[in-house]
Design a protein around this ligand. Sequence first.
Ligand code: ATP
Ligand code: MG
Length: 584
Amino acid sequence: MDVRILAKPRSGWRVPPNMPDYEAARASFSWEAAERALAGLPGGRGLNMAHEAVERHCLEGRGDHPALLWRGRRGERKVFTYAELSASTSRFAHVLAGLGVQPGERVFSLMGRIPELYLTALGTLKHRAVFCPLFSAFGPEPVRARLELGEGRVLVTTSALYRKKVASLRDSLPHLRHVLLVDEGGEPGTEALHDLLARAPDTYEIGPTSPEDMALLHFTSGTTGMPKGAIHVHRAVLVHYVTGRLALDLHPEDVFWCTADPGWVMGTSYGILSPLTHGVRSVVDEADFDAERWYRLLEEERVTVWYTAPTAVRMLMKAGDELPRRFDLSALRFIASVGEPLNPEAVLWAQRVLGLPIHDTWWQTETGGIMVSNYATLAIKPGSMGRPLPGVEAAIVRRQPGGGVRVLEAPGLEGELALRSGWPSMFRGYLYDEERYHKCFAGGWYLSGDLAWKDEDGYFWFVGRSDDVIKSMGHLIGPFEVESVLLEHPAVAEAAVIGRPDFLIGEVVKAFVSLKDGYAPDEALRRELLALARTRLGAVVAPKELEFQSSLPRTRSGKILRRLLKARELGLSEGDVSTLETPT
Ligand code: ATP
Ligand code: MG
């Protein structure tokens, strides 16, 4: 693979980076020392995410600083200061107390990115109940399944969503005692949230919170099968804080925008907690992706640090290079991405068109926060996920028949990406699936299920999910490498590669491609793309078959669902499609 390197300047930074020297930071890092940056509950009563995110800033005299910059779908704009967030989340915590909700019980949210979502999350954490966010676009069955598994005690939602997705299922949810509507709905069996909030006091003393108390229940994206409910504890806030500082390079005056919905872990860890622990201004956009709106929002809010996902980057690329030139993006200082492999082409596109590269980061619902990352001061090798966070030990391993693992020390060897278990935001279980949880660990390592390799400089490179890797003529082929080459072609907007079982060679590499606006699929283009792949990848790795689709199936969190393409190809059952994005 030809590797281009984007070097970083040694000086002349607009804002001096938090981590000037990665190697030095890694050598001296300790979680015990890092924890001293957190406030902790007053009186030594433990560690609580909401205290770190909101209360501490008020106690330290920064209550007037804006916390959330909320942009409504129809052009509204509201600013909530840390003091206002403190008051409204205290009210919500009192509401829960008044409803008899006990610490540890689950409070679900089902709503778009409206202010009530954020006060539900933080107020729930204050009350030491467990916050579990659902995508508002989920259909009734995924909502029911998650509420049932998570034994949701309270649901906060809108009357429209309640009518459409919950009302008819209410009888099958015996744990669900209270449904709080954020509007005036007045549906039978529900209560009006704002009436309850108005009657509640606006200060709330957070009770003693053990760092090991359950704080969040997050369902995985369901890319490889039925989503799992990952349990996170209050201690995870240490990783939210440290990654905000070291990986996202947050500084107090930053305006940060994480584009993700809290329905997946990125939107909670980085759309709520991490920026607030740093006391920065955090942008929330209620609306869905729209290239022009996004550039305008970057300009108007003067966003400095922007955290988004490859699917959004590909859509921005699709919208063309001219569009961003119409906006003043000069405030932007740092761009990062997570969720799927970030193709080298995307990193280079951003450098060329936005004037900044994109820093890929790797993590999962299970890891609670960024584990492998590209950093402000470290050279980027486009296509690489970067290097492990200081305090995190990552390795490439192979499972051994007896249940242990073998660490592959030599660079260049492919294996499973593993993390030394015990980092603060490590998930503490899959809800009611202990066996599955235990299967993720071996020999002191957490095994991620992703295949990768490490180069001689310690950079990690994603190969594919172990379920997606293709076996063809005795070779293991990672879909990412093949897709990245197809994306180099100017006509290609998205590409997904699967293995179609074949009697003779094991699996045939098959590509699905969607095109950018202005390009039409035809036989000539199909041949051209196959030829490009053959030249760049060689005959063994290059796809033999290529099919055009107007768009590729994706999860709600924007990940291409290769397993669905494969199931359709083979005429098999589509499996769990609860997280499939469908036009709403
Ligand atoms: P499920 O576990 O239900 O199949 P999921 O794994 O997609 O769903 P998430 O926890 O949201 O659920 O996603 C984590 C996965 O996303 C990682 O295991 C990895 O496969 C992929 N991913 C995240 N970041 C990157 C990245 N930078 N490069 C490549 N893949 C990434
Ligand atoms: Mg997963």
